[in-house]
Design a protein around this ligand. Sequence first.
Ligand SMILES: NC(=O)c1ccc[n+]([C@@H]2O[C@H](COP(=O)([O-])OP(=O)(O)OC[C@H]3O[C@@H](n4cnc5c(N)ncnc54)[C@H](OP(=O)(O)O)[C@@H]3O)[C@@H](O)[C@H]2O)c1
Length: 293
Amino acid sequence: MSIKKTITIGKKTNQPITINRFGYGTMQLTGDLVWGEPKNRTEALQILKSAVNKGIQFIDTADFYGPDVTNRLIAEALYPYPSDLVICTKVGLSRSSDKGWRPFNTPENLRKSIERNLKTLKLDQIQLVHLRIMPNTETPFEKQLETMFEMQNEGKILHVGLSNVNPNELNVALKMGHIASVENAFGYRQRTTFKVHGQEYRGLEGVMPLCIKNEIPMIPFWSLQNSLPKNDDKISVIADKYNATSAQINLAWLLHYNELLLPIPGTSQLKHFDENIKAFDISLTDEDMKFLG
Ligand SMILES: NC(=O)c1ccc[n+]([C@@H]2O[C@H](COP(=O)([O-])OP(=O)(O)OC[C@H]3O[C@@H](n4cnc5c(N)ncnc54)[C@H](OP(=O)(O)O)[C@@H]3O)[C@@H](O)[C@H]2O)c1
């Protein structure tokens, strides 16, 4: 079964971007609790450089990782950026001094966050920005998205995407403007919405039909974190068949599951990065996919 190796963001716009269909998520490149500098700064910079050298054209980040740590590492490792690199950031959240996460999604704060991302990433325009939805916050979703489209009109953002979105919100958003991508939680062992410490993490499965209908790229987060620790028997069988690791089969499964999926596995280890990217070359059969389910 051959997989589609590229994906187009903003396909229905006049500025589509086609990139390799395997990205890298930077959230693991900070200290514990997504706070402060990484334990091994040299390795963090090496991973980013190696990612680009090995064909990664999509890097996921946020100004609230660190805060600012991953953005600064990206700039240090890769600026001036290759012209075909998409750096995707997200807004809607910020960090409190106790390392917590809080909504930061009033129009004024969304603007502050974009300016902060532009500064730390050393960019004049960000190719893709996800509005990261925090359910049940004060600022209405429509108002938040309106601000995103305003900043797009002003040229600060090229494409607007949504993260942690539910089907109702996505339907509303599609009537308001072009949605270039959706970033929700999704992995082999966790495909639907779940809650951790009262926070709702929306799964991709619920919005997938809408994304497929509208040809919207789907960016799964936590595709390893929620699946790897479960030591799945079926994954192990396929891993043995291809002399691969569980992580590689989890990622290969994503790549075969739907051609609109763009994996962004995160890691703080160069050896795991090298292992993960090899999943791009694993070709599963229809029988493998049926077996995995
Ligand atoms: N939009 C959102 O709300 C949201 C939320 C969360 C994350 N994200 C984005 O999604 C990206 C991916 O999520 P994530 O990094 O949190 O989790 P993930 O990709 O699901 O998994 C990362 C975890 O898996 C481990 N890992 C990676 N490769 C491995 C391998 N080959 N073998 C064994 N363990 C391996 C990592 O540990 P090591 O570091 O030791 O390799 C880390 O603990 C993030 O980096 C971030 O950019 C977005």
